[in-house]
Write a protein that binds this ligand. Structure first.
Ligand code: GLN
Length: 490
């Protein structure tokens, strides 16, 4: 049998349905791939015994011609999603051995549809980071390398998800995106990543970072695979008050749909000092590709883009400082006993949280404190409205936007860790979609001069995932990105 880990999710589901192979077979092939790739550190927890049990159940269903949209497909879950009786860490020490008694809505939807869960994927602590180096479980390594060179980061915070998908450890993985954590790692690993419209995927059972920005989405190897996964993950959920009660368009049908006459906006502000020439060139190439498919290019301006990153790094830490107040040693996981109640809180939080999380909590409590609230937090909220208004004006002229996903390719492990501002610049082109709640996707488009993948981003109108998938799928066909990382691990 050919290597079942090299199939797309779409092909695997078709093969399972046609009984060309069983779910147990394809699950075993992925378990072997996960074990071989242990050095990439993509998983925090594996759950192979249960994966094989659910594969058997899927096989029984498939034998009867039954089963859901993901029936029998081995997938990975970012360790930010609560999974019943399976350890959930959010990449932090502070949750200890927390085993949720409930399932997040997103993973419950995927289980309803027959997914086989291989385990929980590594990530930056509480999803705060752009390199997967803030994880309490060690950095994840990118399967891509420059020549024979040093280890590169897979991006973050969904670094485990991106690495696992790029290295064929799973057919697809869930991820979350608060400021770029799906799209930036997708760009760094030559994979596809989608952040849907805010409210499409329920946040119920997803460990909270910044609630007004957090959104779940898939990382996969093709646009069609993302369509299949997102269709299963998304849906209205009365348990999340910000969940949207509107039907998701047929995303698979949107893939391959003609984009003739579609108006694609090119925002002139999406460029940055020091951005490699190759990324500018790739952006121009992307314009040509979409034009060749019949799209019309229009030039637009999003004048408040330069304030997006500062606004994000006020709003996100503010919400995080409030969300993370619950980790006090009383309710979950770690507890370091102190002389009195306050001392216990302090010791627990000082030991349980890593450096970046502590930095965010300090920033967040500072910008929310009396005396600074108006100067920072309120101001940032106003900027957020301006950014959303910029997009609204752009939608009068175009249907979707094309931009680079990130200002750089993957960088070496350790290189930016001690320079938070440089690290934060990774998110410059992705945070705007979170601040405005818009759907956005990163599509692998080319390799740079060092042989590392680069992505292009499509941003769409709220609830218009259909256009985002159609444009991304056109981009994917034109880019024809078939490169794979050399398999140096094992
Ligand atoms: N890199 C950004 C941050 O550190 C975004 C993270 C995310 O999207 N979860 O906040």
């Amino acid at each position: 049998m050919s290597d079942l880990t090299k199939l797309t999710l779409e092909a695997a589901l078709a093969g399972l349905k046609a009984k060309e192979f069983s779910s147990v077979e394809i699950t075993k092939a992925h378990i072997d791939a996960c074990m071989e790739a242990a050095d990439l550190n993509a998983f925090i927890t594996t759950d192979f015994t249960n994966a094989l049990k659910s594969a058997e159940k899927s096989d029984a269903k498939l034998a009867k011609g039954e089963g859901g949209a993901l029936e029998g497909a081995p997938l990975g879950i970012k360790d930010l999603f609560c999974t019943e009786n399976v350890k959930t860490t959010a990449g932090s020490k502070i949750l200890g051995d927390f085993k949720p008694q409930y399932e997040s809505t997103v993973t419950a939807n995927m289980k309803r549809d027959g997914m086989v869960m291989l385990g929980k994927l590594n990530m930056d602590e509480f999803a705060m980071g752009s390199s997967n180096e803030t994880s309490a479980f060690g950095p994840v390594v990118n399967p891509w390398r420059k020549g024979k060179g040093e280890d590169l980061v897979p991006g973050g915070s969904s670094g485990g998800s991106a690495s696992a998908v790029a290295a064929n450890m799973c057919l697809g993985a869930t991820a979350t995106d608060t400021g770029g954590s799906i799209r930036q790692p997708a760009s760094f690993t030559g994979t596809v990543g989608v952040k849907p419209t805010y409210g499409r995927c329920s946040r119920w059972g997803v460990v909270a970072f910044a609630s007004s920005l957090d959104q779940a989405g898939p990382i996969t190897r093709t646009v069609k695979d993302s369509a299949i996964m997102l269709q299963s993950m998304a849906g209205y959920d009365p348990k999340d008050s910000t969940s949207i009660n509107k039907p998701m368009p047929d995303l698979s049908a949107a893939c391959g749909k003609s984009i003739k006459g579609m108006k694609i906006g090119i925002p002139k502000e999406y460029t940055m000092d020091g951005m490699p020439r190759e990324i500018e060139d790739l952006w121009q190439q992307g314009i040509k590709w979409l034009e060749s498919c019949g799209a019309e290019i229009v030039h637009v301006s999003l004048p408040h883009t330069k304030y997006a990153l500062p606004a994000y790094y006020i709003v996100a830490p503010a919400e995080a400082s409030s969300n993370l107040a619950r980790y006090d040693g009383m309710r979950y996981g770690e507890r370091v006993e102190g002389a009195n109640l306050y001392d216990t809180y302090e010791r627990t939080r000082a030991e349980g949280f890593g450096k970046e999380v502590r930095r965010r909590i300090m920033m967040g409590t500072y910008v929310l404190s009396a005396g600074y609230y108006d100067a920072y937090y309120l101001q940032a909220q106003k900027v957020r409205t301006k950014i959303a208004d910029d997009f609204k004006r752009a939608w009068e002229k175009c249907d979707a936007l094309l931009t680079p996903t990130c200002p750089s390719a993957a960088f070496a492990v350790g290189r930016k860790l001690n320079d938070p501002v440089t690290m934060y610049l990774n998110d410059i082109f992705t945070v705007t979609a979170n601040l405005a709640g818009l759907p956005a996707m990163s599509v692998p488009a080319a390799l740079d001069n060092n042989g590392l993948p680069l992505g292009l981003q499509i941003i769409g109108r709220a609830l218009d995932e259909e256009t985002v998938f159609a444009a991304s799928s056109a981009l994917e066909s034109c880019a024809n990105f078939t490169e794979k990382p050399n398999k140096w691990w094992k």
